[in-house]
Design a protein. Structure first.
Length: 205
């Protein structure tokens, strides 16, 4: 009965284009990490993500983003996908097959603490509290799922005098079309649903 592990489903991995030509989504049939983890710098990856650390050791990797069953890899400009895509695919597939860890324990709590400290400087009072709640709900319900399908993530940062600031992560960070999506899609929807919103601007995660 010892060889039951051999009947485990094989790891499947396929790639999906993202709106960002520098980012590619590697989708697995396994759950990699329940949540979102964005690594724009190697230092943060070294602290929290064994997979991110391993990917950053490859000369063509510039950013790593994990969410649920996929990894979005952003490449360095001077490499072409046709030269590195299969190498990356094999690398990630082997990594998953070997059962290595993706994210270290405590990551979610550490990020939540950072988020809390960052948000603590924004104090909302009176009707602003309701406005911010409405904006967050809309982003969570309508915007996040669509952005995730493109291999990225969006987080609310703050609201001040009609201006909403969001943080773009994964494939959205540095993507040429994300500005269009932001202005035409997200800003338009928020202005319609929350009349107090006059503008939406983005910071790169």
């Amino acid at each position: 009965m010892e060889n039951t592990t051999t009947t485990a489903n094989p790891v499947m991995l396929y790639t999906e284009q993202t709106p960002n030509p520098e980012s590619l989504k590697f989708v697995s049939n396994r759950m990699l990490y329940r949540g979102t983890a964005d690594f724009r710098e190697e230092e943060l990856a070294k602290e929290w993500s064994p997979l991110g650390t391993a990917l950053f050791e490859l000369p063509y990797v510039k950013g790593v983003y994990l969410c649920n069953n996929f990894v979005t890899v952003t490449k360095e400009f001077n490499y072409a996908w046709e030269d590195i895509m299969l190498k990356l695919k094999d690398f990630i597939k082997n990594y998953i097959e070997e059962g290595k860890p993706f994210i270290n324990d405590g990551f979610e709590e550490a990020m939540a603490k950072m988020e809390e400290e960052r948000g603590a400087s924004y104090e909302y009072s009176g009707e602003e509290v309701e406005i911010v709640k409405k904006i967050k709900d809309l982003i969570q319900t309508y915007v996040k799922p669509a952005v995730e399908m493109d291999g990225g993530n969006i987080e609310f940062k703050n609201f001040d005098k009609g201006k909403v600031v969001v943080v773009l992560q994964g494939s959205c960070s540095g993507c040429p079309s994300s500005t269009v999506t932001l202005k035409a899609g997200i800003e338009g929807m928020l202005k319609r649903m929350v009349p107090e919103v006059t503008e939406v601007v983005a910071e790169m995660g």
